[in-house]
Design a protein around this ligand. Structure first.
Ligand code: KG4
Ligand code: ZN
Length: 354
């Protein structure tokens, strides 16, 4: 396995990322170019802008990943690329690049599911992590509880009926006037440290539904209403120029939001653990991954759920929780070894075919 070298390319959302990973899990390079300025300017991901930013960055990002790893394309066993889910305009940029390399260097392509990659990167981090395991995947667009039976066989125990938790963090952060450059989530987590988590009484979503699904749209609205009812003028006054009292109010809202947002995760995860252990008593690990899993408060609280149930929490380091090329390359390796890949494109195929 150590002889295999996989290039991973990720362009499903706002980060252009590439990495080279060895078959035994050694990360040889990891490059991420994020669209911070665009995010601030447009208040979120605007697909057309994001596509252009990916198109501008992709060649350099891939070249740097190869250079940093000190390998050339011809050393690779295959190219792994995210094929979904995500913004199709953005995905195309990565797929196009992967096909170009595959065609020129006669390499197989492994198409990777972005959420599967968030889950499987935990197997690179923890070599003892065998199937089956339970995974909570929390990002900007997804909120999934999955029972991973084996490679490629996943049973969904729960999903969001509206927004994902990352979306709620991002919108709340924007409404609180936080600096969005590093993403709303990290900024809100930081501010919440200064606040009282019991100051604002937000309702925990979906308590009457005894299942493993999630809902964050209502909590988002509760945050909006809390801001409006306190007359905090967050739209025009960024947190950096807020008065001390105003800042404290915003911190209280942030901390209270985070407490309830994570309590909702805990309640659904507790139920999912019980379901999963009934179906597969051999489960030993609880994986938590995706951008929101880089949050320390989230990690601490989900670790508690894992320990309470005799499971080991596996939560990748923050740089592997948020979107990255390593998880794509690693998932590519898993599938490549299992024989799941597409042969190199024919020489006379047009480059833009997908
Ligand atoms: O997995 P990811 O990088 O991209 C998607 O696949 O969506 O997740 C991005 C999400 C964003 O909503 C971002 O605000 C959130 O993860 N996030 C965080 C933190 N870091 C990133 N949310 C809460 N706390 C954090 N520290
Ligand atoms: Zn993601």
């Amino acid at each position: 396995r150590a002889g295999l070298l996989m290039l991973g390319i990720e362009t499903s959302c706002d980060d252009t990322a590439a990495a080279v990973v060895r078959g035994d899990g050694v990360i040889l390079s990891q490059v991420v170019s994020s669209q911070e300025d665009l995010l601030v300017k447009w208040g979120g991901v605007a697909p057309k802008m994001a596509e252009e930013a990916h198109a501008l960055a992709i060649d350099q990002v891939v070249q740097r990943a190869l250079d940093d790893a000190n390998v050339s394309e011809s050393d690779l066993c295959a190219v792994a690329v995210t094929v979904g889910p995500g913004l199709s305009l953005c995905l195309r940029v990565g797929v196009h690049k992967a096909r170009k390399i595959a065609k020129t260097f006669r390499l197989p392509i492994v198409g990777v599911h972005h959420m599967e990659a968030h889950a499987l990167v935990s197997r690179l981090v923890n070599k003892d992590l065998d199937f089956p395991f339970l995974a909570l995947l929390i990002s900007g667009g997804h909120n999934l509880l999955v029972l991973a039976h084996e490679l490629g066989k996943y049973v969904q125990l729960g999903t969001t009926i509206d927004d994902a938790i990352g979306e709620a963090y991002d919108k709340s952060a924007r409404w609180l006037g936080l600096d969005m450059r590093k993403g709303g989530g990290p900024a809100l987590e930081q501010l919440a440290l200064e606040g009282d988590p019991n100051a604002v009484k937000f309702r925990v979503p979906m308590r009457q539904h005894k299942d493993c699904n999630f809902s964050y749209a209502g909590l988002k609205t509760q945050v909006r209403l809390a801001i409006e009812s306190r007359n905090i003028s967050t739209d025009d006054i960024p947190i950096s120029s807020a008065t001390e009292e105003d800042r404290q109010q915003r911190a209280n809202i942030a901390a209270s939001f985070q407490r309830v947002a994570v309590l909702h995760l805990e309640e659904r995860c507790q139920r999912a653990v019980e379901w999963a252990l009934k179906m597969k008593p051999s489960i030993k690990h609880f994986v938590v991954s995706g951008g929101v899993a880089s949050n320390q408060y989230v990690r601490t609280h989900l670790n508690h759920i894992a320990e309470k149930n005799g499971l080991q929490l596996v939560c990748p380091p923050p740089s592997l929780c948020t979107d990255n090329g390593v998880m794509i390359a690693w998932t590519g390796i898993e599938h490549f070894i299992a024989g799941r890949f597409v042969d190199p494109p024919a020489v006379d195929e047009p480059d833009d075919m997908q």
